[in-house]
Design a protein around this ligand. Structure first.
Ligand code: HEM
Length: 180
């Protein structure tokens, strides 16, 4: 059957419409598979640094005898300061590469349970960001003195435990997104 549209001449009988030589722009991926893989790799590495560091700090503040260090106030705060730097670099990388991960789904971002998991993940990330801002401010303030050493240690131990647990929850939601 030939197609006859408006004033265009009819196609000769038997001539089928050929598929488009290239997909329409809306169907093109935003990045090459290699770039997407690199972005996802960076996302996972940054998640590992943020979560692994929080677990390490939590463990060390629970029982300083696990490492051969004299955990006076200064060394605890030195370790905490090092982690705070790492944490914010990792979170910056996670947010940027997270947006890149979303881009690999464009233009058809999934809905339904995927969207629900994504919403929970973003809410959890937001809570981690707010809680971590408080944690970092405490570390910075205590470097100039403040609460007693046992109090600092107790508060930081709880802070790193909460960070580790919240990030573990974010990773669980992330696995639902990627593989659920
Ligand atoms: C604004 C923040 C973030 C956005 C927009 C975001 C977005 C995403 C998206 C869309 C995926 C799915 C990728 C895929 O289907 O292949 C993903 C995977 C993942 N995300 Fe995030 N993410 C964010 C923050 C985080 C944070 C804070 C963590 C961890 C602490 C994290 C850990 C992961 C992990 C472990 C995966 C699984 C990767 C895989 O198994 O291939 N993300 N993220």
């Amino acid at each position: 059957m030939s197609l006859h549209v408006g004033l265009l001449p009819a196609l000769p009988p038997g001539l089928a419409l050929a598929p488009l030589a290239s997909p329409p722009p809306s169907a093109l991926p935003l990045a090459s598979p290699t770039v997407s893989l690199l972005v996802r790799w960076l996302h996972v590495v940054a998640a590992t640094v943020a979560l692994g560091g929080a677990v390490l700090l939590w463990g060390v503040l629970r029982d300083s005898s696990v490492v051969d260090l004299d955990f006076d106030t200064d060394s605890t705060l030195t370790l905490a300061t090092a982690y705070e730097w790492l944490f914010w670099v990792a979170l910056g990388a996670l947010v940027m590469t997270g947006v890149g991960n979303l881009g690999t789904y464009a233009p058809a971002i999934p809905g339904g349970s995927w969207a629900a998991a994504m919403t929970w993940k973003l809410a959890a990330v937001f809570l981690v960001l707010v809680g971590s801002a408080v944690r970092t401010l405490l570390v910075v303030r205590w470097r100039d003195g403040g609460a007693s050493a046992p109090d600092r240690r107790r508060v930081l131990r709880v802070g790193y435990a909460a960070t580790a647990l919240a990030l573990a929850g974010v990773v669980a939601l992330a696995e639902v997104l990627a593989h659920g």
